[in-house]
Design a protein. Structure first.
Length: 269
């Protein structure tokens, strides 16, 4: 099995569209790519050292979180059933007092949920808030990072509908959220070998200009799977001015998209 791939990106950066395309490509290659499975995000919050000391892993709460907004992508129903079995088995082991390391137990759950596939991956935006846990739990992971200009993200956030009480309600708040989430990635990327991640621009992806880079990174053909990725709205002019700190951060992100290493550029700033 190849190293798992996590697709990262701030909300409204196009990650869901790319994730569904990868889901189809992984399926046809004997793999699985879950879209918003969020298993690791829930494991971090619901399996702690204190829980294991109490012999009480809340598999019911994790399962409720997984089902509240169901994972998507080909094979997601089968994966959810496997994840439930893995969680129930892990909870029983904890009750017997046979495990004391929450990270090791989380690794076992992931292995049971995703094992047997030729390759696997996952997209969940909130993993940008759990990067240290992610690398401890899946140290062999590789990362795809989708970036989109902050003004376009802000407009998309403000157009977003549905039950999302955490969504910003002003351009200022949307830009601040975009900046915080992307700052998490830049700090984390300094700790990674350059060959373990790729930064992809959403606008270039929509124009078909990122296909070769993605194929080289994932070692699989993707052209036929990416043709449907297009902007939902007609292109709009970039806003002429952004808050200086947001503009600087966007420049750092676009610099990280170039062949020069992020390590070299961030150390110069």
């Amino acid at each position: 099995m190849t190293a798992p791939v996590f697709l990262l990106g701030a909300q409204r950066s196009g990650t869901t569209a790319l994730a569904h395309s990868l889901g189809n490509a992984f399926r046809d290659a004997g793999g699985l790519f879950t879209v918003n499975g969020k298993l690791l995000y829930l494991l971090e919050r619901w399996i702690t050292s204190a829980d294991l000391a109490a012999r009480h892993v809340r598999a019911d709460e994790i399962l409720h979180g997984l089902r509240r907004r169901l994972p998507q992508g080909p094979g997601s129903e089968e994966w959810l059933a496997r994840a439930e079995t893995a969680l129930r088995n892990a909870s029983a082991r904890a009750a017997e007092g046979s495990v004391t390391d929450p990270v090791a137990l989380s690794r076992d759950i992931l292995s049971d949920a995703y094992g047997g596939y030729a390759r696997w991956g996952e997209k969940y935006n909130e993993y940008l808030l759990s990067l240290d846990y992610l690398v401890r739990t899946v140290p062999e992971a590789r990362y795809l990072v989708l970036i989109r200009s902050p003004d376009q993200v802000a407009r998309s956030m403000l157009r977003w509908s549905g039950d999302r009480p955490w969504n910003p309600r002003s351009t200022r708040a949307a830009l601040a959220k975009w900046a915080h989430w992307n700052t998490q990635w830049l700090a984390f990327a300094r700790t990674l070998p350059r060959d373990t991640y790729r930064v992809i621009r959403y606008d270039a992806l929509c124009r078909g200009e990122e296909t070769q880079r993605l194929e080289a990174f994932l070692q699989m053909e993707l052209g036929a799977y990416l043709t449907a990725i297009r902007p939902r709205h007609s292109p709009e002019d970039e806003q002429p001015s952004l808050p200086p700190e947001v503009a600087r951060l966007w420049q750092r992100l676009t610099d990280s998209h170039t062949p020069a290493t992020l390590h070299e550029r961030t150390q110069a700033l």
